[in-house]
Design a protein around this ligand. Sequence first.
Ligand code: ATP
Ligand code: MG
Length: 330
Amino acid sequence: MSALLRIEDLTVSFGTSAGRVRALNNVNITLEEGEVYCVVGESGSGKSTLALTVMGLLPHNAEVADGRIMYKDIDLLRSGPDQMRDLRGREIALVFQDAKSALNPLECIGPQLEEVILEHSDVSLRNANKMAQDMLHEMGLPDPKRIMGQYPFALSGGMCQRIMMAMALILRPKLLIADEPTSGLDVTLQAELLHRIRELVKDFNSSVLLITHDMGVVAAMAKKVGVIYAGNVVENAEVVPLFRRSQHPYTWSLLQALPRMDDPGKRIEPLPGSSPDMVNLPMECPFLPRCFKAQSQCRAEVKPKLVETERDHFVACYNPVIPVGELNAD
Ligand SMILES: Nc1ncnc2c1ncn2[C@@H]1O[C@H](COP(=O)(O)OP(=O)(O)OP(=O)(O)O)[C@@H](O)[C@H]1O
Ligand SMILES: [Mg+2]
């Protein structure tokens, strides 16, 4: 396996009237070919900023202070707008979190889908129309012909999400970045959409950066997981070790908040406190005020760096849930 995407030391902030919002701080993520990497974290932790930075679609008030994003051997942060547009069309696709506003409001769905198909394959308009309808049908949209003649405003958010997914999958991208693609969909549709993503990986050896706040989606999809808190990756591991031996207290809390089929009487413990102010991030660990494992070292030192505690399992914590010495006990 070789890395398709390497995000190295990525640091991104936004200028606002309230000060600089530190959305991503020295983020490192490596995505291999043919694997699904899930980025999980609560609202405001920087997930969409990560997706937009990779795509070269950050708003004007954003500043990339540091880092590299290597796609194959191309540094995306140093690519010109033409090269980025070309890559976005041919190899990298994004399903936006806010699908409705990502579609062109002035054009019906049909022409938007056909345009994508015609740009990337040598087919007639008639065939493109048929391919578009088939894809909408596969995404579980009823009456594709009627939807093709409608404007985005006439459709629900969930429908727009599936249309965006159809648009992304038509391209058979080498890299798919999907930002909360299933939020707001009912469970059957969610399962169908996740199935389509898995097929893309299986059939075309594509890689997927899947952004979600749902640990259930992570369990169903991920090969690897990056847990992000206040713009910092705090834990990074393959999915099974992450669920079985989560080490960062934040990851542990996220998993405690999941209902369990095997333990229906279990009390669900919500995470106390609120997410930090991203303008005034502390020097010490940003999770400190909410952490049940906090100790004096956490208050005295600058935030911990990611350290490999077992093979391919990285944690940024001075006092992990499972002490490192006990990790290899099972
Ligand atoms: N254009 C912008 N201008 C100023 N601040 C922004 C902008 N976009 C995002 N932010 C801020 O950057 C931080 C990270 O936002 P981001 O949208 O990446 O979070 P997220 O993890 O995707 O959240 P959610 O789960 O709610 O989608 C937040 O504090 C947010 O308010
Ligand atoms: Mg988001």
